[in-house]
Design a protein around this ligand. Structure first.
Ligand code: MIC
Ligand code: SF4
Length: 649
């Protein structure tokens, strides 16, 4: 039987398991990436492993999230990261060099390799035929230490592309179309693998846009073949040497096939406040727009900027619209300058933001109160922009540019523009491409390096082993599709506290319930109730770490998102699933639930599925709960998380 690309990469990296769908597997990780907002914890955890140097082929530490230096905190973090990178043999991408996923694709991406990153959009590398997966910082730290990455062997969904994009449609519209059909939970436990004649019509940056936003489907990853287009992308960046041909076998078996005819696609938009609330741009045309931003790891390539400039050149943006562009990398910025694109955008009235995540994570350029903002980003969760009442729409660069021009949502197909060729503007100058990437010093020099620990760097608190008896109050009853932004908000005020768990814990659930921290602190311990797809979105392990610090011992939900569930287990919090989802309705916030025999439940479940009963002491009645976890996860929970488990084994 033939293999898919995903299976081929997993097979060549398989350390444990038999590649059976839905069964546990462990793979070797070739490359890791971290970013500053998750990286400090990852390196603090790596340090506890007592190793001299990372054991991967390549590890890179990027600074791209916390670049708004309002005081000393973010810079303390950057210095810690830079010195830790040098000490442990990690490349360091300096602030200003660009967004981790964009830079990694350009400088280090290699077909057929595995990449684990402490950021949920790590699958961007799938645009170049990598198996790139997002994970919590602790899992990435373990991989840097040479440990295997444990995953459930995913289902493989084939996405067969036919035809070619035309008119105003863009790569963003392909992934928005998939989100429309599949929803934010459609991809849980799956990899989306692209095939069909439409693939060769897409450039690597376009493929990367699609693979990037596959994260919003809840997928483990997204993968494109590596072909002549990929070879050209690498050759243009002087890296043809890492190219290899990679495609699925003709008789590869997919769990399901989805067909998309690119020629039939029209410009789409994800409406507030979810990436799957997709409609045709034409349906909402005419809505007045206050703000437009082009950037983020989804749409900040040279081609994206060029498409916007084509629409805007020689014109001026509408007086109502405040517009900005954040090029994905310094290399993109330099090329955009050389190609005249930057000048065209500036002349049109765009503000230039640095090459970083910026507004995508609420780091500046927040919209006005109640404002309508069109962004080329991947997430529009409520409040993520920094303005809780803002209405954020996710669109392509073409749709964003059209709105900047007219002042209202406009289908770009109604404007005539031609796409320009930008390859010639890519720089071959080593300083332009590698100048802000600091390679790790030789191992002999590492002993001399002192790690800089400013006052913002606080040690990572340790988890507690599972207790056999627990009486836990329901501290919060949350609904469906709760995001990690809901659990642990980001933004300019909170992000600088990522290295300081006691402080950041004060912001847990603030958007949903400002009284949560106080209540949790008074209770000392408790649990959270959630609906379906609990913990979707960002990989931030702070959404597990800070609740753990506040005494959260369990989350009871109808289902969990992959990365967050792994983070909960890594930090010793029980992710329990209702056997009867109707029990969710029978439990209220404030109820006291009694759990007995938790340790024996975890032990008995090894090798099988046992049920844990919770008695509702407030209302009476019981509910049955499952733990969908393999033996390793159960042992981790018994030990109190990944770090104590690793020390025991
Ligand atoms: C995001 O897009 O939400 C982030 C910020 O990049 C996160 C990581 C983080 O919270 O630091 C992600 O996607 O994993
Ligand atoms: Fe940065 Fe936004 Fe991409 Fe997250 S989604 S890595 S915040 S640009």
């Amino acid at each position: 039987m033939g293999l898919t690309i995903t299976e081929k990469i997993i097979k060549s990296h398989l350390l444990e398991g038999a590649m059976e769908r839905g069964k546990p597997a462990a793979i070797r990780i070739d490359q890791t990436l971290t970013q500053d907002a998750t990286g400090t914890m990852a390196y603090l955890q790596f340090e506890t492993m007592g190793l001299d140097r990372v054991k991967t082929e390549l590890s890179v530490s990027y600074v791209d999230h916390n670049t708004l230096q309002e005081d000393w905190k973010n810079m303390d973090d950057h210095r810690y990261l830079q010195s830790a990178a040098a000490k442990y043999g990690v490349w360091f991408s300096r602030p200003g060099n660009g967004i981790c996923h964009q830079v990694h694709l350009e400088r280090f991406g290699a077909p057929g390799k595995t990449l684990l990153g402490s950021d949920s959009h790590t699958p961007t590398g799938g645009g170049l035929g990598m198996l790139a997966i997002g994970a919590g910082g602790l899992d990435v730290a373990a991989a840097m230490g040479g440990g295997a990455f444990h995953l459930v062997m995913p289902k493989i969904i084939g996405v067969r592309l036919s035809g070619a994009l035309s008119g105003g449609a863009s790569a963003k519209d392909i992934i928005l179309e998939l989100l429309r059909r599949e929803t934010v939970k459609g991809g849980i436990g799956s990899v989306y693998e692209y095939c069909g004649g439409g693939v060769e019509t897409l450039t690597v940056p376009q493929r990367a846009t699609i693979a990037n936003m596959g994260a919003e489907l809840g997928a483990t990853s997204s993968v494109f073949p590596s072909d002549e287009v990929s070879r050209q992308f690498l050759a243009d960046r002087g890296r043809e040497g890492v190219w290899q041909d990679l495609e699925a076998d003709g008789d590869a078996v997919y769990d399901r096939i989805i067909g998309i005819d690119l020629s039939a696609l029209k410009p789409l938009a994800a409406q507030p406040h979810s990436p799957d609330a997709v409609c045709a741009v034409a349906e909402i045309a005419g809505l007045a727009v206050d703000q437009v931003v082009i950037g983020s790891c989804t749409n900040s390539s040279l081609d994206d900027l060029a498409a916007a400039a084509e629409i805007l050149k020689g014109k001026t943006i509408h007086p109502r619209v405040s517009a900005a562009v954040a090029p994905g990398s310094r290399a993109v910025l330099l090329a955009a300058e050389k190609a005249g694109i930057l000048g065209e955008l500036i002349r049109a009235g765009f503000r230039i933001l640095e090459s970083a995540c910026g507004p995508c994570i609420g780091m500046g350029f927040a919209p006005k109160s109640g404002g309508v903002s069109l962004r080329t980003f991947n997430r529009n969760f409520k409040g993520r922009s920094g303005t809780s009442g803002a209405m954020v729409y996710l669109v392509s660069p073409e749709t964003a540019a059209a709105a900047a021009l007219t002042g209202c949502i406009t289908d770009p197909s109604s404007l005539s523009f031609i796409r320009r060729e930008t390859r010639a503007f890519l720089s071959r100058d080593e300083r332009d491409n590698m100048g802000m990437l600091i390679p790790p010093p030789a191992p002999e020099a590492a002993a001399e390096i002192l790690i800089e620990r400013g006052p913002n760097i606080k040690p990572c608190p340790g988890p507690r082993a599972a207790e056999d008896s627990m009486d836990l109050p329901v501290l919060l009853k949350a609904g469906d599709n709760i995001t990690t932004d809901d659990i642990m908000p980001a933004g300019a005020k909170v992000l600088p506290l990522r290295s300081n768990i006691p402080e950041i814990a004060k912001f847990v659930f603030t958007q949903l319930d400002p009284g949560f921290w106080e209540r949790a602190r008074n209770a000392g311990s408790g649990l959270i109730l959630g609906g379906v797809n609990y913990g979707q979105g960002s990989s931030r392990e702070h959404a597990a770490l800070a609740p753990m610090y506040l005494g959260i011992r369990a989350v009871l939900a109808k289902s969990f998102a992959r990365i967050h569930k792994a983070n909960l287990i890594n930090f010793g919090i029980l992710p329990l699933v209702f056997a009867d989802p109707g029990d969710y309705d029978r439990i209220a916030q404030g109820d006291l639930l009694e759990f007995r025999g938790v340790r024996s439940f975890l032990e008995a479940g090894i090798g099988g599925k046992a049920v844990l009963e919770a008695l509702n002491r407030t209302k009476g009645g019981t509910c049955a709960l499952y733990l969908e976890a393999d033996e390793r996860d159960r042992r981790m929970l018994l030990a109190g998380g990944l770090i104590p488990y690793t020390k025991l084994s």
